[in-house]
Ligand binder design. Structure first.
Ligand SMILES: Nc1ncnc2c1ncn2[C@@H]1O[C@H](COP(=O)(O)OP(=O)(O)OP(=O)(O)O)[C@@H](O)[C@H]1O
Ligand SMILES: [Mg+2]
Length: 373
């Protein structure tokens, strides 16, 4: 099998990824025969789902292990890059909240990635899909999924070396194991950040509704783009609202715009998913909403780090509230400065077609909700 260096098939530079044979990697190279056997020749009945880059099949290996096999669609330089980045990055990272890579197969036109099978599917199935009505995600599970996803991201941003920006944090990329523990998946768009680099400019990838404004508009990518996407995901976990909603008349409203009036009125209970039937912890809800709004601040410098987020989500409620209040006070001043700067600037967020609204209004009003004053 001939492996090409990942950077040879990309127009975007990825530092320190090489695809040379390295026997230290913890993944296995599967044979096509084994994976065909495991998935019953990629039988339609084994298909779990389909994404932009291919289909995912359930399978069982000859050793009796359940696996999920992602079969990439038509081969192209883009698909090859996605495959190389996914295998290389996921093969290097190990964390309880990151989906485990078991191995892969690459031969001819076929590119197959083998993962641990997640019996509780993805968050999207529970929030908006076929499992939503079962309401298996009660409030404690939702909070634990939020914390787990935050921990997985904090590991990528702060512990992995080089640091990794995921770039596609969204509900379908958070999978749930038997215990409903979150596993962040899909590293095909991930970016490695060389030491000492604070941000990079790249082609925009990812999913509309989750993209940080500076990334969507200018391709400016940094860890705080993931923080923004996480903020959107957190609101989605709490409310089961989609990140972008089409209103009658075709106007799009994002989840932050939807949530803001409730925050301003102190009517936070309206934000909770009605399927919870009122069974949630009001203090935790308030805290989670505040954190989510911090994460989705327009200015990346005003967003917290994922370490802050994990600390706030996992600390004692009393302490957490105090810390977030203090942080909000601090950021309130910064937001005011930012507003002054924005008023001076020629570039407004209205310039961006994908947004088509005034997020600066929406995302800065968080600083004035009554319960914070
Ligand atoms: N390891 C796994 N275990 C169980 N189900 C999985 C696993 N990996 C993926 N899936 C399921 O397959 C579906 C398709 O995943 P895939 O990553 O291909 O696409 P997506 O995340 O929905 O969209 P996109 O291509 O935009 O990322 C997911 O929504 C998920 O439900
Ligand atoms: Mg996915």
């Amino acid at each position: 099998m001939i492996w090409r260096c990942a950077c040879c098939i990309s127009t975007e530079e990825q530092p320190e990824i090489s695809f040379h044979k390295n026997w230290d990697y913890p993944w296995e190279i599967y044979s096509l025969k084994e994976l065909l056997h495991a998935t019953n020749n990629f039988h339609q009945d084994n298909k779990i789902g389909e994404g932009g880059f291919g289909s995912v099949y359930w399978g069982r290996t000859s050793k009796g292990v359940e696996i999920a096999v992602k079969r990439l669609k038509a081969m192209s330089a883009k698909a090859e890059m996605e495959f190389a980045v996914e295998v290389e990055i996921l093969g290097r990272v190990r964390h309880k909240n990151l989906l485990g890579l078991r191995g892969f197969y690459a031969g001819g036109e076929e590119r197959l990635i083998v993962y641990d099978y997640m019996p509780n599917h993805s968050l999207i199935a529970h929030l908006h899909g076929q499992l939503a009505d079962d309401c298996l995600l009660d409030w404690p599970r939702r909070m634990s999924v939020a914390i787990g996803s935050a921990e997985g991201l904090a590991y990528l941003h702060h512990e992995a070396n080089p640091h990794i920006i995921h770039r596609d944090i969204k509900a379908s990329n958070v999978l749930l194991d038997t215990e409903f523990e979150a596993k962040v998946a899909d590293f095909g768009f991930a970016k490695l950040i060389p030491e000492g680099v604070s941000h990079m400019t790249t082609r925009v990838k990812g999913t509309l509704g989750y993209l940080a404004p500076e990334y969507a508009m200018w391709g400016k990518v940094s860890e705080s783009c993931d923080v923004y996407s996480f903020g959107i995901l957190l609101l989605e976990i709490i409310s089961a609202k989609k990140p972008l909603e089409k209103l009658p008349g075709g106007v799009k409203r994002d989840i932050v715009q939807w949530v803001t009036p409730y925050v301003q009125e102190g009517a936070l209970n309206h934000i909770a998913d009605p399927r919870l039937k009122g069974k949630f912890d009001g203090e935790q809800l308030k805290l989670a909403v505040m954190i989510a709004l911090r994460c989705t601040n327009n200015n990346p410098d005003n967003r917290p780090s994922m370490i802050d987020v994990v600390e706030w989500l996992t600390g004692g409620v009393g302490r957490r509230m105090k810390e977030v209040h203090n942080y909000n006070d601090h950021v309130k001043d910064m937001v005011n400065e930012e507003e002054d700067e924005e008023n001076k600037s020629n570039i407004t967020y209205m310039d961006h077609a994908d947004f088509g609204k005034e997020p600066s209004d929406v995302r800065t009003t968080w600083a004035k909700p009554t319960f914070l004053l």
